[in-house]
Write a protein that binds this ligand. Structure first.
Ligand code: ADP
Length: 883
């Protein structure tokens, strides 16, 4: 009885005080309850059916009713409801009777304290009773279930004797319960399996109390089946094993199906074709190894669960793969996408898997890698195309003739070769296309092929045939007899080739060979040809005659020619020639050959090596007589040496002159100077004038000698330059100062214009002054009295420009270049008038050239001259532009 339980108590009592007391006692004991009072039979029955009491507490004797009657009603109503008799008087007999009659307990009013305990015990008893009742009921139910179960449920005692046998067992094994009960369980096993029964079933069952096994069992008919056994030990109240119960399922079908499935699985796995199972939404639920490998994956987990569309290249197959596989019997070539992103052609076919109601549940796909197949197909198409192209486009005519020599096939080349269309040619006879003579040649040529019964290699022959327009055309024919299985000739096939071109080429070759031969004979050069593989030589007739020998006077061999070679050339040049030939290089050497008149002739031997198509090595070359050229060259060389020698002599002479001329001249100038300076009184005026003439002439001669020597030095080995930085203005002033005497004498005014750009320059200061002296002295010389001379100077573009302008006689256009050449004077008569040797400007020009400078002259005759020169402010490398 639970503590919080509110129990419904039906009281049967006529004395209110007693009722109150009972209630108090119950309440005091902590029992929570609800009370209902009945004082007569009607009230009791009403209470029983409507109040539905958990317990009844009843007085034994009532005025209108009594406790025994109430007990009777109560037991009829529900025997589990406890019934306690509560009475004021009692004897043992009544008590025993009432208990016997079914009352739960008996409590005296004078010992009312016991009532709550009696109630609690009664309720407890009632609960136990109820549990028992339920257990009995469920046991009965279970028995019925077991009895009726379609599955076989069998129990045995510990000896293995069958103690229960249900309907399922009857159906499974074929024995009725009457036949099975009391029999040993081995009844259900084959004799051979009895060992298994003990060892594999009973022993593990006893050990574990539970066992499961798959065994071979036997039906009453003797037929065996595979049973799945579930076994338990049954224990009694004391925990002792009292029996065994087993549950058997016939799983023969399932096992077979499983085995079949396993075999199928293995077949699918081992299949070289790829297989895949797809859910309806396209998710992959299974793939076999081949499919996995085809797509380049390693494990199935990488693939399973992913959508099939991820495995195809949908860029090109626009149609959704999932859409098309839904069409029954779908079969197509798709572009499959490997794990590494590469694509391969795959043949895909699918079937739809349906459940028993016909609803699709999955797709099954099989895949074949079509790469190899595709390659093979492409190769086939390619080779077919090639052959068709060959047949259609070959320049050769391909044809087939029956044994009556009527054409049955010809390729389109017939048109370009003979002018017929294939359809015009087919049906015509061979004899329509050639004259009698050529027809006979053909027949003769084909005869040997007709005689040989085995496969003949065919005959090749050249004939002339007729074009549609009647022209004759040279052809080469390859004809072959076609034989049937029995070896009898059935047709002739072959090719016809137009050899007009070849014949032309052959003729052209012959012509060109002849031309070459002619050319070699006509030309005065020799020609040779050396086949290196066979060591065969050919020397053209000229090779002999150009040296005065008869054509073929000595053998065409290297040795024979070697003997005629100059010993030096044989030693040095011949090995070089042979080395060049062997290396395949072009070569060109000059050698000497002894002529028949025993003089050495110079020869230019040129040649080259060729590798001919046939693989042979061949060297070809020419021999050209260059003796005359050599002689000329020698003479020219001698002339040059002589000229150089002469020049050297001249220079040597000049150097000597320097000493030999100047020494006496210095005496003439020196002593005449002394005489003039000392102003000797003994000399009369005439003597003094003569002395002055001697002195002037001495100076002029010295100047001339100096100029000539300078020029000679420049010409011979060049003159050294001494560079230094100086002020050009100072030089100009010095030159003007030193020529003042002449200027004053001729009353010529000399002016100097110095531009502010003028700077210090670096040059040969002596040469600079020399140039200025020459120009200023010339200006003074060629300018009449009271004239003007102006010297201008400026620096521009890193060059100093100096010009000397005069108001003198001027220079004609045609003389402006000339005057810079040695010994040139514009007017030879002026020699006397103006003096000089025509060397000044030559030196000026040379000095300027040495310093990368130049000079030019302007002015008209009668209008004065202007000489201008330029030199760099800093020395420069001498360049070629400046002349
Ligand atoms: P020369 O010693 O004869 O003067 P140059 O070489 O100096 O030799 O001059 C060559 C010739 O150039 C002169 O003879 C003269 O005819 C002409 N010449 C040179 N300078 C002038 C000038 N300033 N005016 C006119 N003619 C000139």
């Amino acid at each position: 009885m639970k503590d919080d339980q509110v129990i419904k108590i039906l009281f049967v009592e006529d004395i209110p005080e007693d009722l109150e007391l009972a209630k108090r006692k119950i309440k005091d004991n902590g029992i929570r309850f609800e009370a209902y009072l009945a004082q007569n039979e009607d009230e009791f029955l009403q209470g029983l059916y409507e109040f539905k009491p958990d317990i009844i507490i009843s007085d034994y004797l009532l005025p209108e009713f009594d406790g025994m009657r109430a007990l009777e009603y109560s037991l009829t109503y529900d025997s589990t409801v406890p019934f306690i008799i509560l009475t004021g008087f009692i004897n043992e007999e009544i008590a025993v009777d009432s208990i016997k009659a079914g009352a739960t307990d008996y409590v005296l009013k004078e010992r009312i304290n016991r009532l709550p305990i009696a109630i609690k015990e009664a309720i407890k008893k009632k609960n136990v009773l109820l549990e028992n009742k339920h257990a009995t009921e469920s046991l009965e139910f279970m028995s019925k279930v077991i009895e009726q179960s379609p599955y076989s449920i069998i129990s045995t005692d510990m000896e293995g004797i069958i103690t229960s046998w249900n309907k399922g067992a009857e159906r499974t094994f074929g024995f009725t319960s009457r036949e099975a009960l009391g029999q040993h369980i081995s009844l259900l096993y084959h004799d051979t399996d009895l060992d298994i029964l003990n060892k594999d079933i009973i022993e593990p069952l006893l050990l574990n109390g539970y066992h499961q096994a798959q065994v071979n069992l036997k039906r009453k008919s003797g037929e065996s089946f595979i049973g799945s056994l579930y076994l338990w030990l049954i224990k009694d109240m004391t925990g002792q094993s009292s029996g065994m119960v087993g549950y058997t399922l016939d799983i023969t079908k399932r096992v077979k199906a499983e085995e079949e499935l396993k075999i199928k699985d293995q077949a699918i796995e081992a299949n070289i074709d790829g297989m895949a199972l797809l859910e309806l939404d396209g998710r992959i639920s299974y793939v076999n190894n081949s499919a996995l490998k085809m797509w380049g994956y390693d494990v199935k987990e990488e693939v399973i669960g992913r959508n099939v569309e991820e495995f195809f290249d949908t860029r090109y197959d626009r149609t959704e793969i999932l859409e098309i596989i839904k069409h029954p019997g779908f079969k197509s070539e798709r572009r499959a996408l490997r794990k590494d992103g590469t694509v391969f052609p795959a043949w895909v076919s699918t079937t739809i898997i349906k459940d028993i109601t016909g609803e699709p549940v999955a797709f099954m796909g099989s895949i074949i890698d079509a790469t190899e197949k595709r390659k093979a197909e492409e190769a086939l198409i390619e080779s077919e195309k090639k052959y068709r192209l060959l047949a259609e486009n070959t320049l050769d005519c391909i044809w087939l003739m029956d044994m009556n020599l009527v054409f049955t096939y010809v390729n389109p080349s017939i048109h370009s070769m003979f002018g017929y269309l294939p359809e015009e040619w087919i049906g015509s006879k061979l004899s329509d296309h050639c004259d009698e003579e050529n027809f006979t040649i053909m027949m003769e040529a084909m005869k040997p092929g007709l005689k040989i019964t085995s496969a003949s290699p065919g005959s090749v022959f050249q004939v002339e045939m007729l074009k549609k327009n009647g022209d004759r055309i040279p052809v080469e024919i390859l004809g072959k007899i076609v034989r049937g299985d029995d070896g009898v000739p059935i047709a002739i096939n072959g090719t016809t080739r137009d050899i007009t071109g070849r014949i032309h080429a052959e003729e052209a070759l012959k012509e060109s060979e002849e031309r070459l031969k002619l050319a070699m004979t006509v030309s005065e050069h020799g020609f040779w040809d050396w086949n290196l593989d066979r060591n065969e030589f050919y020397f053209s007739p000229n090779s002999y005659t150009m040296f005065g020998y008869e054509d073929g006077e000595f053998p065409m061999s290297l040795e024979a020619w070697e003997k005629l070679m100059h010993p030096e050339d044989r030693k040095k040049i011949l090995p070089e020639i042979i080395r060049s030939i062997k290396k395949g290089e072009h070569f060109s050497f000059e050698i000497r050959i002894l002529s028949s008149s025993k003089e050495w002739r110079w020869v230019l031997a040129k040649g080259a090596t060729f590798n001919e198509k046939s693989g042979t090595n061949r060297a070809i070359g020419t021999l050209v007589d260059i003796t005359e050229r050599k002689k000329n060259e020698e003479q020219m060389l001698l002339a040059r040496i002589a000229a150089e020698e002469a020049n050297r002599c001249k220079n040597g002479l000049l150097t000597n002159m320097n000493h030999e001329l100047k020494t006496p001249l210095n005496s003439v100038i020196g002593y005449s100077d002394v005489l003039i300076d000392q102003n000797i009184k003994e000399l009369d005026d005439k003597q003094k004038r003569y002395l002055q003439i001697i002195n002037d002439a001495g100076y002029k001669l010295l100047n001339l000698i100096n100029n000539v020597l300078d020029l000679a030095q420049i010409e011979a080995e060049g003159m050294g330059l001494k560079f230094s930085a100086f002020d050009p203005v100072k030089c100009i002033e010095e030159v003007i100062r030193n020529t003042k005497t002449l200027a004053t004498k001729k009353k010529i005014n000399i002016a100097v214009n110095i531009d502010e750009s003028t700077t210090e320059i670096t040059a040969d200061v002596d040469k600079f002054k020399e140039i200025l002296y020459n120009l200023v002295e010339n200006a003074l010389k060629f300018t009449p009295e009271k004239g003007n001379v102006i010297v201008n100077v400026k620096v521009e573009n890193e060059e100093i420009e100096v010009s000397v302008e005069d108001t003198g006689i001027g220079i004609a256009e045609e003389d402006r270049e000339r005057i810079f050449n040695p010994f040139i004077q514009v007017d030879s008569s002026s020699t006397k008038k103006y003096g000089g040797a025509g060397l000044g400007l030559v030196l000026v020009k040379e000095y300027l050239k040495m310093q990368n400078g130049n000079i030019w002259v302007e002015g008209e005759p009668g209008n004065g001259s202007k000489f201008t020169f330029r030199i760099p402010v800093y020395p420069r490398e001498r360049s070629n532009e400046i002349q």
